[in-house]
Design a protein around this ligand. Structure first.
Ligand code: PLP
Length: 410
């Protein structure tokens, strides 16, 4: 038994379970997988090496692993209406790396969204491999509207002539017009990569337009709104199948994580159901209510609203940094992460904002009325940050409330 053999790890696991039960998790990139996903991810598939692809493995004993991967590929293609899917990337970052390496050379120009506007580290940021290898120009959201300015992107693209344009975001709360991106990319002869890591679940449910068929490459994580195990996914047209598959292995990875691929397959099956569509609708409804309730209480929302599963709050008028708000909220049982606001004067380690999302709380069964309560608790906590007694009372109330919702959705 784990408890006896490894009490330290047992303790951390027990406490993590307790924490997940007793807190309200508003981190938009996290979710809670189903019991079935959890079961296969913790299964004996973890024992298996399977370098290669179904029926073309470099290892023996892959009969059942092949079944798993073939089904995962077939379901991913069906779910996203894609010509090809590679389900082996260990993470979203590795999915992006494989796409870059498949058609770019070091020194090539890429055009991507600036990180404070919502871009991701792997979209050409200097400290990341993508920024070290490629010559990145960045586009920003419009200073006034804080939304994507497609004309500005066209201007930069015409001037810079990048080999690849990257769209998709970690904190942009508005619908992304993939059609416009694909027109711009075509005009300047660039490849288009749409990184839908955050919005994959919304796309599947028809709540956000899909870039499949418009972008040469679509990458995603499988663990955010899609509610599968931690991992990555690449979708592409048939013409790029060989390049992408060869870049994953032998290019940048060795053996696939078969237990995780099995989890992806189960999550894709779940994502095909009406229940999943309703779940995604509820995420967006909850997000809207939470956003509006915070607005009512004087919080400034970046771009003044949300059309997705997340939004960013600019805390400057509340005289608190993102870092302090994150720590304060965590002390009462509300988990958020600090986040840059567009053109943030503060560094990423401090930030002027927090990012809030509803995939997790929706998975636990929370509805609109619960979002009103959560907005009230966030506000009360920030307002009473110097009053220990009120904070303690809030913590008790929040933890009691959170404990009423299960962390193992069916
Ligand atoms: N792309 C986007 C837009 C993301 O938000 C993330 C993760 O936050 C990634 C890629 C990277 O995913 P991973 O953490 O699995 O490497």
């Amino acid at each position: 038994m784990l408890k006896k053999f490894d009490p330290e790890i047992y303790y951390a696991l027990k406490k993590e379970i307790e924490k997940q039960i007793k807190t309200i998790n508003l981190i938009p990139s996290e979710n809670i997988v189903s019991k079935n996903v959890l079961k296969v991810v913790g299964s004996v598939f973890t024992n298996k090496y399977a370098e290669g692809y179904p029926k073309k493995r470099y290892y023996g004993g892959c009969k059942y692993v092949d079944i798993v991967e073939e089904i995962a590929i077939e379901r991913a293609c069906k779910l996203f209406n894609s010509e090809h899917a590679n389900v082996q990337p260990h993470s979203g970052s590795q999915a992006n790396m494989a796409v870059y390496f498949s058609v770019l050379k070091p020194g090539d120009k890429i055009l991507a969204m600036d990180i404070s506007s919502g871009g991701h580290l792997t979209h050409g940021v200097k400290v990341n491999f993508s920024g070290m290898l490629y010559n990145t120009s960045f586009y920003f959201v419009d200073e006034e509207t804080e939304q994507i300015d497609y004309e500005k992107i066209r201007e930069i693209a015409e001037k810079e002539k990048p080999k690849m344009i990257i769209c998709g975001s970690s904190s942009y709360s508005r619908i992304i017009d993939f059609k416009k991106f694909s027109e711009i990319a075509k005009e300047v002869g660039a490849y288009l990569l749409a990184d839908v890591a955050h919005i994959a679940g919304l796309i599947v449910a028809g709540l956000h337009p899909s870039p499949v068929g418009l972008a040469e490459f679509v990458t995603s994580t499988t663990h955010k709104t899609l509610r599968g195990p931690r991992g990555g996914l690449i979708l592409c047209k048939k013409e790029f199948k060989e390049k992408i598959d060869n870049m994953i292995i032998p290019g940048i990875q060795g053996g696939p994580l078969v237990h995780v691929i099995a989890g992806k397959a189960v999550a894709f099956k779940e994502a095909m159901t009406e229940k999943f569509k309703n779940y995604q609708k509820q995420i967006v409804k909850n997000c809207n209510v939470l956003c509006n309730e915070l607005k009512k209480r004087g919080y400034r929302i970046v771009s003044n609203g949300t059309e997705t599963h997340l939004f960013v709050v600019d805390l400057r008028n509340k005289n608190i940094t993102g870092l302090l708000a994150q720590e304060l909220l965590e002390s009462v049982g509300i988990i958020v992460n600090r986040n840059l606001i567009p053109f943030d004067p503060l560094p990423p380690s401090v930030t002027s904002g927090i990012r809030i999302g509803t995939p997790c709380v929706t998975s636990r069964g929370m509805k609109e009325k619960d979002m009103v309560k959560i907005a009230e608790w966030i506000d009360e906590t920030i307002k009473n940050r110097n009053n220990e007694k009120i904070l303690k009372a809030l913590e008790r109330e929040i933890r009691r409330f959170a404990s009423e919702f299960p962390i193992y959705p069916e």
